[in-house]
Design a protein around this ligand. Structure first.
Ligand SMILES: O=C(O)[C@H](O)[C@@H](O)[C@H](O)[C@H](O)COP(=O)(O)O
Length: 242
């Protein structure tokens, strides 16, 4: 596990954008394409905008990049709460990404069906090979959830590397999420976390004893891959080992 702690958000974003480009370039040179699962929420929007900006847009052959989502809210793609819409606005449209390279969760379907469809889409994309994302981007909630792996939810016990629907009581809403076994098959995983309000959750995940039900992001541990945490100083402020 590698910690990347920077004083301010803009520096954190730039170092993750650089890591994204290096990881993508390596994947494209070794196996001809880069498959990434994007995170949702508010934190990554600025990262996607930076990747689509003049500083980064010419550093990658975007035609060889395939986009999936680590999780999705059970809302239409036109909803302001849609992770797909956020990424489309911040990244896909500015870069004129071909829609054939984007795999959105079909939220017009009931959650369980949408999850099954997305599992099929993931497996079809990887063909006969194990579904191994080149990079999975993750955020962290102040309640220590990541993707849609929330405390005390049924999906925490998932043993299959697939996509599942989960009802999240605290949100009174359904979510569709990659399971921990599927996340942990990735070649690389990068958390992006900002702010004092996340500092305790960061310490829970990185330093506290195992307590998956309360701290679900502790489930993230790549089987045979890299794990990176990109944090600003505020989010890292309760770590005892930096
Ligand atoms: O769909 C989502 O909401 C995300 O995938 C979720 O896991 C997010 O990463 C955290 O909730 C942090 O969200 P913020 O970045 O908004 O704090």
């Amino acid at each position: 596990m590698k910690l990347h702690i920077s004083p301010v958000t803009s520096v954190v974003l730039r170092s993750l954008a650089e890591y994204f480009v290096v990881t993508a370039t390596q994947a494209i040179s070794t196996h001809g394409r880069f498959t990434v699962a994007l995170s949702g929420g508010s934190s990554p929007k600025k990262l996607y905008e930076l990747l689509a900006s003049a500083d980064f847009k010419d550093q990658l052959d975007w035609q060889k990049v395939y986009f999936f989502f680590g999780d999705e809210r059970n809302v239409p793609h036109t909803s302001p709460d849609s992770n797909y819409l956020m990424a489309k606005t911040a990244l896909f449209d500015p870069l004129h990404i071909n829609p054939a390279q984007v795999f959105a969760v079909d939220t017009s379907l009931p959650p369980t069906e949408a999850a099954a469809h997305y599992t099929t889409a993931v497996n079809q994309h990887f063909g006969n090979e194990q579904a191994r994302f080149d990079l999975i981007l993750l955020g962290l909630g102040d309640n220590s959830h990541t993707a849609s792996l929330f405390p005390y939810t049924t999906v925490l016990g998932a043993k299959t590397a697939d996509v599942q629907a989960v009802y999240v009581e605290e949100l009174k809403a359904d979510r569709i999420t990659l399971t921990a076994p599927l996340i942990n098959q990735a070649r690389a995983i990068a958390f992006l976390v900002f702010g004092e309000d996340k500092a305790l959750a960061v310490r829970h995940i990185l330093e506290d004893p195992e307590n998956i039900e309360n701290f679900p992001a502790q489930l993230v541990s790549p089987t045979d891959g890299e794990l990176h945490w990109f944090l600003d100083a505020a989010a890292a402020s309760r770590l005892t080992q930096q």
